[in-house]
Design a protein around this ligand. Sequence first.
Ligand code: TXA
Ligand code: MG
Length: 320
Amino acid sequence: MGPYADSIEHALALLRRGEVIGMPTETVYGLAADARNEQAIRRVFELKGRPAQHPVIVHLGDTSQLPEWAIAIPPAALLLAEAFWPGPLTLVLNKHPNVSPLVTGGQPSVAIRVPAHPVAQRLLQAFGGGLVAPSANRYGHVSPTAAEHVRDEFGDGVPLVLEGGPCEVGIESTIVDLRGAQARVLRPGRIQPAQLSKALGSVVASGKAADSPRVSGDRTRHYAPRTPATLLPTGQLRSQLAAWQAAGLRVHTLALGALPEGACGLALNADPEAYARDLYAALRQLDRAGADRIAIEQPPDDPTWEAVRDRLKRAALAAP
Ligand code: TXA
Ligand code: MG
């Protein structure tokens, strides 16, 4: 057993004392804390090194608790909850006056998600209230998709990481803002605009509106390995690798489907869901290899790859 054993009881006791724990979800692991305890929320920000004005998602056990956290809940929220909760979808709604400004970054909106992972479900059902749970990585770094990634990030800083196995989705939830006349995707994820439109019976917008709330994945360099990473179209991969090699650089490649002959690195499945599931573990592994550079083969320019392309773009921006 040991400190990372699947101990819901222990987790509950820690959360009730205002401590922060690692919690598995089907998307990525989160750093969970009581969403009604400001001390505990401050500790989450401190651990992550995240700026205070960045809002966090409130995780609930089921939809029935929604009115404790949001007001003026539109019918669209109930349609999407019905279709996708529990699951990898986050809804942005008007916040209830009792929600701490530490949760919302002082904004009038609150982000809410009901996760599907069985360990998260058991914990939330037993806890009965809301848990904030930003991804359990240091600010700007790659999100964790295994309990050991959380321990790598925080070591003894977190007293318990609940074991939940590898995350099934592997990238963060789709975030949809439901406060305007038209639903709007603020962060792409496994659940795609076409699925949302179908459930709502109306077209969903994507990207930022002028008055969109802040989304921390907005920060240009995000989900990023420490090794500088470059995105390359398939057609340029070989020649660029050869050029770097000639310049004496050690390059590791994250390829799509298969590694080019002679290249070092990893190949991920050329299916968007399988690729997303393995992406962050692959970036961590390539980072540990300590090359001078990571070359990432660009996935297809197709809507099913949108969420992956979004994460890769941010991972690959030149280091500041
Ligand atoms: O899949 C997920 O959503 C994971 C797992 C652990 O649930 N959590 C996650 O949390 O990705 P975090 O804190 O790393 O990202 C939360 C995102 C941020 O981009 C944040 O800006 C956005 O949600 N967010 C939170 N509250 C918001 C609000 N009121 N309005 C708009 N965006 C909000
Ligand atoms: Mg995050």
